[in-house]
Structure formats: structure tokens, C-alpha cells
Design a protein around this ligand. Structure first.
Ligand code: GAL
Length: 955
């Protein structure tokens, strides 16, 4: 006889979805039936294995006085019990499905509650609902087992009315971290066990609502909506605003305004059965495939989307409503129109927000078996009939829960689960249950089961071929529209190349946009590091900071990537030639006209706005353009660098943004910049003390090193080609294409040596000749610094001549130097935020000011950041620098080497010196931390270059 009792915990490793739960049904946030939230503080006991403790704790009268407490919703590993684990796709346990390790952290939870006085347990029934528990739970009420379940991010309901008492109820939940279900939940994220979504007791009055399906379609030709609410329990449906009062199951057609993500028109209604009234929010829209395109209400849509995992730096995947709303508002304010709920159904309330504020949603099932790729997908559960009931259960729980949301336009079977019969069964079931939406699954490369051809991280060239329909593929695939369900990997600095994708999306009908990977960095708030990532909890296997690849930081501060994306996808396009006096305005919405927007102009001279006003733009319909006349130029041309800026702003407060919020903008130069004038006058003077003076500057006579400019001490000015490699420079280890981060290190670009060849004072200049090259290699950069003065200012011209066989581009090319005590910074050039050659769409030319600290972008793993593009001049630390031509400007309180060595923000300690980089060139950023690298036009090849700066001491 085996000692280990198979019966007690056999369900943990059982491939079935569970037992005892009610059939899935539509989720609704409120009704007039009573409900009792069981969220709050629960008693908690952690044990090391699934069967370390017996089930006596579930019995009434059990004394849990010595137990800890945890918050529900929550994850125990984020509340001081055990630790989170981060893996991308590797299972953090031996792959032997459906078996899981003996070491299986198991959390026993207890909640004691009384019923409110007016809740009579004998009247009708009561349902206990769990909205999300990871990964497997067994439940008892008042000592009676009521079932167990898997499917972490899915609701499970149990009928418990017969067990309830007016007072002194004991709800016991045993949660196992690992279960057979874990094999289906191998998403790239933290493994976070716990009861992480709401637990609610729902009174089910006699004659109360059970499942219902709101069908609300829109006929774009006639402008009518047809509503039919199918309900398991018959009743009536009323929509007062539409004068609708019909029986369930009965269709009614009325003139309506359609729902779209741009115009999220909802009608309030009520489903009333004999025992319950459920508020409805109805959006009329029709989704379908026509002419090979995804159409809503008869028109193709372009997804400007983002992949959203649920994340909060303290509570993990337990999100409150305000955090969900914050996500939606941030998305709307950044022109995002679509969300893929990667890679599981979100908290159901999130979808209510998407309905309300307007976002297209791809709702994804809680399914990923990515780890099986390591064994060539052998034994993949999605291709093993024993698992099919669990897969179908997941599909049904997703679709049934979320089917009444107008925002949901596409169902997704899951993510990175290979291929197999189980997926086909899911697709068939979904198509049969809900013919009103499309089915997506990226892994179905031939589109056997799906309605959309979807890929992740395809490069620009391939996407263009797909757009041109020259990509081949099965006959069925060739007839389908294309989306990039993931692209633009937003890990660290980047992603680069978004504007280039957008241009391609907009050029071919078949391309219906994409979803940037991903919304938020999953950094865990942590005393040691600020934010922790993979490996920081001593995990045996982990994928480091690959879990930090979002457009917003963990605290939801937008990263430069989000600002860039907002600009790239802006729904109004301005094109023009500033000198011509007109601007072409294009409405790039799919549905809305421009009546919700006001338009403004301003006119800049030398980066300063000297006049502004409003611009009359017709309320163009979606897709239309107009040539709009700009006002008379406020100042005659020729008075320095001048440009127009035009903006589209919200004309009135909306649910997601205040009046005046900038939606789109454009800039058009009128007269260009002139190079700083400079006439060399005096020559260098060599003094007996080992120095050379040249106008305001003093140099070391032996090394030619600059020491000071007037009162400003300058240290270490020299050529610089190195940057602290970004995640995108380093690239993903599995990529087979060239990854420059590693090559740069191999070739020693981080350890360039500076050989001094000559210090040559002459009549008009001081010339310092050097060769900059790494140990071990024959290639180098002949570098000549030529210094001159006009008496008060100092000019440096750097000439760089590469020699030898340069097989890699340069990370950067410019000079760097140290300044003491610089804090405030002013500049005229691109801003306000960071920009690099392929991430510069949002960089607006103007006068900006900041501080050195604010110029840093706090990527969770420190790396190159903070460059400002197109800088004409900058002032800091008493120095003014003018560029000829414009330069990339960076300033920080640590060296590039220190930045490069840091693993967390907390490793960076500000020093006394501010290190300044003035770059003639920067290599692009790309997206190679998962996707394609830097496009050829943004690579910084080593080639002869010359660039100048004029320095002056401004006290
Ligand atoms: C994809 C995957 C995502 C994430 C991403 C990289 O392959 O679907 O879940 O892992 O790569 O960050």
C-alpha cells in the first residue's frame, strides 16, 4: 500500500478542469440581488507540499488563531510567504505532464463571515464566485467540500445556498501553486500563486438571472441596431432611451448610434426576470470578415494596439478598479485603440472599462504551453485528447464570461501553445457558440482554425511582403487579413522602428495594424533594488529583466516608448511645407470625424513661440484630407530659424482626457538654421608652466587635454564611441541574426585606447592628433581635435577617419567630458524627452529646460538613455555649447562605464561630476530584444566625419 494518499490530492495532477463548479455564464458587475464581497483579510497557513496538512482546518470550530493573515485578492508570495519566480517559457519544474513536484507550496486560506441581516439563506440559492485563483483550489464551506478547480484567470462558481448559515460561516480554500493546470499556464510572467481576484457570495433569488447573451448588431447601411437578448431564465429587456421593451429571445430593430472604439456609444438597459434585474450596457456593432478584411460596421479597422498583462508592482496580478481605469485612461490619452489581453482573460471589470471608454479587444484564453518547445512540442497538452476537456473548459469560461462586451471583437485561443487537435476543438466550439466575432491564434500559421493571419515580431520587410500579398502561405491564409499580435518589443530603451511599421501598415489594406509588446514592466517593488526582476528572488531558473518590457514603468509612468507610440499612431496627420503657407490635414480615424477636436497653430522663432492662434479645420470625415491655410506669417522670414507647430487638441472634456489634451501635432520649418558664426582671431600661447592658453581656454601642453573654458573646469574631453548597451543592442540570445551589443564588446568598443600622436600649436589653432582603437584589433579611428578661438569663445572641430576593416557600426560618435556642479539644463532642439535615430517621431523642436536628474530615463536595468536629438545649443554648468551641425545631447551624474555595469537603478550613485556627451551620431535602437534589429538606414557606420562645437563660458 502506498503511503501517499492519492485520493486526498489526486485532483492536483488530474488533467480535468475540476469538479463541482456550476456551468460558466455571463459576468455582470451588479444587479438588484444581494451580494457579499469576501475580499479582505483571510487567515493563512503555508505548507511545503500539497498534502502536508490534512483538511481538518476546513471544519467549523477549527482554531486558526495562530495563523498568519493575507489580503485577498492577493498573492501570498508578495505578502511575505515564499517568493515569486520569473521564467519566460521554461517550466520551473520537471516536464512530466501532468505530474508536478512534491515541493508544491500550498496555501490554506480561511474566511469567517456572517450574512447581512436581510439575507435569508433559505430564500432562493446562493452562489460563491471566485474570479481568479492560481493555480488550483479546493473549497469547503462550513466543513463540506464543494469542489475543486483549475484555470487561474477564469471565474468559477459553486452553489452553496444549502450550506450557508445566517452567522458563523467558515469558507476554507486550499490553493496549490502547481497543478496539472500549470502546464497550460506557461505565460511569460511571474508565477504568482494565490486567490488574486475577488471572492463574492451572490444571492440567487428564485427566478433570478442565470446566463444571458446580448446580441446587439448594427446595420451600417440602414443605421439600425438589432437587439436580442437570449436568457436562460425568460424575462423582459428594456432600453428606455430606445423605447425598447421586449421579451427575451425576441429581436427588435431600432435606429441607433453604433458602438466603436472611437465612439463608444452605450445604451443603458435592464434585463428583468421574475426574481432579478440586471443592468445592461449595450453597444451595437457588427464584426465580420469582408473583402479579406476585418470590418466593424462595414469598415476596416486599423489596430493601434498594445498587449496588456495585468500588473501592479506591489500586488502583482491583483488589480483594483482604479488601477484598471488608470491603464485605460493612459491608453486612450496615448492614442491606443486596441488591447490584446495577453495572455488570459483580464479581470472582468477591465472589459467594462473598455466598453465605456472605447478600446477594441482581443480577448485571449488562459492558455500557453510554451515550455514544450524545448522538447520539440512532444506531449504538448493541446495535442493530447486527454487534455481537451480542460481546453474546452477554458474556452467556454472565457467566452461565456465576456460575451456581452461590445469591445470584444476577437477571441484568441491562447498564446504560444504549438498546434494540435485541442486548439482546433476550441476554435470549433467558439465559432459554434459565437458566430458574431472572429477567432485568432498566432500559432496557427496556416490559419486552419482562425479568421485572421497573425504573427509576432515579423520584420518590416516581411510585413511589407504580406501587405503586398507576396508572402505565399495556404490558400485560406492568402485570403485573410493580417495583424501583428506582438511587435515593437518595448524592453528597456525602445522600441525602435515603430514609425516604419506604421508607414507600412498604412500602405496596404491587408495589414490591419498591430499590438506592441507590451504595456507595462512587471517590476516588483523591492527595498533592495527599487524594482526587482527575474533572478532577484534567488530563482533556480529565470529570465532576468525580460519581464520588464513595457511602454510604462511599473509605477505607470509613461516611458519614452509610449510617447513615441502616441505620436506614431496619432489619428490626425499634418503634412506640409511651412514656407508654402498651407498644411494638409488628414483624418486617420476609422470612424470618427474631427468634430471633437480643436486645432491650434503657433509660430516659433529661434525655438520660442512668438504668436499662436486657432486654426479652422473642417470636421473631416474618417479618411478625408483637406488643405488648410495657415495665417500670415507673424514675423518676416529671414529673422533666424522659424517654424510652424500645429496641434489637434480635445475641444471639450471627455471621459478620458481634458479639453486641450494634445491628440496630434506637426511641425514645419519655414526658414532653416544657420551655422553658428565664428571667426578665429587669436592663436594659442604656450606658457612656461606646462599649459597652453587659447582665448578663454587652458590646455595641458604635453597631452593637449582641455582643462578649462573661462571659469568652467572641464575634465576628460575626448572622442567617445561607447554606450551602455541597451536590451535591444544586446538582443535576444535565441536570435540568429547579428546582434551588435555582443560584437561591440568583442571588438572592444567599450575599451578604446587613445594614443596621442601630436600636440601642435600653430598660428590659428591648437591641433591634437590621436588614434583611437581597441587592444587586439587592427582597426581604429584617426581623430584630430582642432581648437580655435574668436577671442571669447572656443571652437572644437573633430575629424574622424576610420582605418582598418570596420565590420560593425559604432554605438555612438561624439565627444564626452566632465563638468563640475551642473544641475539645470537648457537647450534648443528636440524634446522634451529622449530620442534616438529610430525613436524620434515624438521629439519636437523647441526650447526646453530640465535638470540633469530629470533627463535620465529610469530603465529598470540601467542602459543608454536620455539623449536629446537635433540640439542646436545647450547650456549647463556655466557652459554654452553650440553645435555645427546639430548634435545629440546627453548628461548624467555617472559615467557610461558605471551605467553599463549597473544591474538595477539602485547600483547607480551620483558622483560630483556631470558627464556630458555631444554626439554627432547615434546608432538606432531597433527591437532585437525579441524582434528585428536596427533598420539599415539607422545604423551608424564608421566613415569619415567632421563636426564642430562652439563653447562659451556663460558664468
Ligand atoms: C512572445 C510572447 C510573449 C513574450 C514576448 C517576449 O513570444 O508571446 O508572451 O514572451 O514574446 O517578451
Amino acid at each position: 500500500m502506498s503511503f501517499r494518499s492519492a485520493t486526498a490530492v489526486g485532483y492536483v495532477e488530474d488533467v480535468s478542469p475540476g469538479s463541482g463548479a456550476l456551468p460558466p455564464r455571463a459576468w455582470y458587475p451588479t444587479s438588484d440581488a444581494a451580494s457579499l464581497s469576501l475580499n479582505g483579510s483571510w487567515r493563512f497557513r503555508l505548507s511545503p507540499t500539497a498534502d502536508a496538512e490534512d483538511d481538518t482546518f476546513a471544519a467549523p470550530g477549527y482554531d486558526a488563531g495562530g495563523w498568519a493573515e493575507v489580503s485577498v485578492p492577493g498573492h501570498w508570495v508578495l505578502q511575505g510567504h515564499g517568493a515569486p519566480i520569473y521564467t519566460n517559457h521554461l517550466y520551473p519544474f520537471p516536464v512530466d505532464p501532468p505530474r508536478v513536484p512534491t515541493e508544491n507550496p500550498t496555501g490554506d486560506h480561511l474566511r469567517f463571515f456572517d450574512l447581512p441581516a436581510d439575507w435569508d439563506p433559505a430564500d432562493g440559492g446562493t452562489v460563491l464566485r471566485f474570479d481568479g485563483v492560481e493555480s488550483c483550489a479546493r473549497v469547503w464551506l462550513n466543513g463540506t467540500g464543494i469542489g475543486e478547480f483549475k484555470g487561474s484567470r477564469l471565474p468559477h462558481e459553486f452553489a452553496v445556498g444549502h450550506l450557508l448559515r445566517p452567522a458563523g460561516n467558515v469558507l476554507a480554500v486550499r490553493v496549490h501553486q502547481w497543478s496539472a493546470g500549470s502546464y497550460l499556464e506557461d505565460q511569460d510572467q511571474w508565477w504568482l500563486p494565490g486567490i488574486f481576484r475577488d471572492v463574492t457570495l451572490l444571492h440567487r433569488p428564485a427566478g433570478g438571472v442565470r446566463d444571458f447573451f446580448v446580441h446587439a448588431s448594427y446595420d451600417h447601411v440602414g443605421g439600425a441596431g438589432t437587439l436580442r437578448v437570449d436568457s436562460e431564465v425568460p424575462g423582459r429587456v428594456t432600453v428606455p432611451e430606445l423605447g425598447v421593451d421586449v421579451a427575451t429571445g425576441e429581436p427588435v430593430t431600432v435606429p441607433v448610434e453604433a458602438w466603436t472604439a472611437e465612439t463608444p456609444r452605450l445604451y443603458d438597459g435592464v434585463l428583468a426576470t421574475e426574481g432579478e434585474r440586471v443592468p445592461l450596457r449595450i453597444g451595437f456593432r457588427t464584426v465580420g470578415l469582408a473583402d479579406g478584411l476585418i470590418k466593424v460596421n462595414g469598415r476596416p479597422v486599423l489596430f493601434k494596439g498594445v498587449n496588456r498583462h495585468e500588473w501592479h508592482p506591489r500586488t502583482g496580478r491583483a488589480l483594483d478598479l482604479e488601477t484598471m481605469r488608470a491603464d485605460v485612461l493612459l491608453m486612450k490619452r496615448h492614442n491606443i485603440n486596441a488591447v490584446r489581453t495577453s495572455h488570459y482573460p483580464p479581470h472582468p471589470a477591465f472589459l467594462d472599462l473598455c466598453d465605456e471608454y472605447g478600446l477594441w479587444v482581443i480577448d485571449e484564453c488562459d492558455l500557453e504551453t510554451h515550455g514544450f518547445t524545448e522538447q520539440a512540442w512532444r506531449d504538448n497538452p493541446v495535442d493530447d485528447d486527454r487534455w481537451t476537456p480542460a481546453l474546452l473548459d477554458r474556452a467556454a469560461r472565457t467566452v461565456e464570461r465576456d460575451k456581452n462586451h461590445p469591445s470584444v471583437v476577437i477571441w484568441s485561443l491562447g498564446n504560444e501553445a504549438g498546434t494540435g487537435r485541442g486548439l482546433t476543438a476550441m476554435a470549433e466550439w467558439i465559432h459554434g457558440r459565437d458566430a458574431s466575432r472572429l477567432v485568432h491564434y498566432e500559432g496557427d500559421i496556416d490559419c486552419r482554425d482562425t479568421d485572421v493571419y497573425s504573427r509576432m515580431y515579423a520584420d518590416h520587410g516581411e510585413v511589407e511582403r504580406i501587405g503586398r500579398k507576396l508572402d505565399g502561405g495556404t490558400r485560406r491564409r492568402r485570403q485573410l487579413p493580417f495583424i501583428l499580435c506582438e511587435y515593437g518589443h518595448a524592453m528597456g530603451n525602445g522600441p525602435g522602428g515603430l514609425a516604419d511599421y506604421q508607414r507600412i501598415f498604412e500602405s496596404y489594406d491587408r495589414l490591419q495594424g498591430g499590438f506592441v509588446w507590451e504595456w507595462i514592466d512587471h517590476g516588483v517593488e523591492d527595498e533592495r533594488y527599487g524594482y526587482a526582476y527575474g533572478g532577484d528572488f534567488g530563482e533556480e531558473l529565470h529570465d532576468g529583466n525580460f519581464v520588464c518590457d513595457g511602454l510604462v514603468f511599473p509605477d505607470r509612468e509613461p516611458s519614452p516608448g509610449l510617447v513615441e507610440y502616441k505620436k506614431v499612431i496619432e489619428p490626425v496627420r499634418f503634412e506640409g511645407d511651412g514656407a508654402g503657407g498651407t498644411v494638409r490635414v488628414t483624418n486617420r480615424y476609422d470612424f470618427a470625424d474631427l468634430s471633437a477636436l480643436d486645432f491650434e497653430w503657433s509660430y516659433q522663432v529661434g525655438g520660442e513661440s512668438v504668436a499662436s492662434g486657432s486654426l479652422a479645420v473642417p470636421a473631416l470625415a474618417a479618411g478625408e484630407s483637406a488643405e488648410v491655410k495657415l495665417p500670415e506669417r507673424p514675423v518676416a522670414a529671414g529673422s533666424g530659424e522659424t517654424r510652424w507647430t500645429v496641434r489637434a487638441v480635445l475641444a471639450a472634456d471627455t471621459g478620458w482626457g481634458p479639453r486641450g489634451h494634445v491628440v496630434a501635432w506637426g511641425q514645419f520649418p519655414v526658414s532653416g538654421r544657420q551655422s553658428p558664426s565664428f571667426v578665429a582671431s587669436a592663436g594659442p600661447v604656450v606658457s612656461g608652466d606646462g599649459s597652453i592658453s587659447l582665448g578663454p581656454a587652458v590646455f595641458d601642453a604635453r597631452s593637449g587635454a582641455l582643462r578649462s573654458i573661462g571659469s568652467v573646469a572641464v575634465t576628460g574631453l575626448r572622442l567617445d564611441v561607447w554606450r551602455a548597451t541597451t536590451d535591444n543592442d544586446d538582443g535576444a540570445a535565441w536570435r540568429s541574426d547579428i546582434r551588435y551589443g555582443a560584437l561591440w564588446r568583442k571588438f572592444g568598443l567599450h575599451r578604446m585606447r587613445h594614443r596621442l600622436d601630436a600636440v601642435e600649436p600653430s598660428a590659428g589653432a591648437l591641433t591634437v592628433r590621436t588614434r583611437v582603437a581597441p587592444a587586439a584589433w587592427e582597426f581604429g579611428l584617426g581623430t584630430v581635435y582642432r581648437w580655435s578661438t574668436d577671442g571669447s569663445r572656443l571652437r572644437l572641430t573633430v575629424s574622424v577617419t576610420p582605418d582598418g576593416d570596420w565590420t560593425v557600426p559604432l554605438p555612438r560618435l561624439g565627444v564626452r567630458f566632465g563638468l563640475a556642479a551642473a544641475d539645470r539644463v537648457r537647450w534648443f532642439g528636440g524634446g522634451p524627452g529622449e530620442a534616438y535615430p529610430d525613436t524620434r517621431a515624438a521629439s519636437a523642436v523647441g526650447r526646453w529646460q530640465s535638470t540633469v536628474d530629470e533627463m535620465q530615463t529610469p530603465y529598470l536595468r540601467p542602459q543608454e538613455n536620455g539623449a536629446r536629438a537635433d540640439v542646436r545649443w545647450a547650456e549647463l554648468g556655466g557652459l554654452r555649447v553650440e553645435g555645427d551641425p546639430e548634435f545629440w545631447f546627453t548628461a548624467r551624474r555617472w559615467t557610461t562605464e558605471e551605467l553599463d555595469a549597473a544591474a538595477h537603478r539602485s547600483d547607480l550613485t551620483p558622483g560630483d561630476t556631470v558627464w556630458v556627451n555631444l554626439d554627432h551620431g547615434q546608432h538606432g535602437i531597433g527591437s532585437q530584444s525579441c524582434g528585428p534589429g536596427v533598420l539599415p538606414q539607422y545604423r551608424l557606420h564608421a566613415k569619415p566625419a567632421e563636426f564642430s562645437f562652439v563653447f562659451s563660458d556663460i558664468g
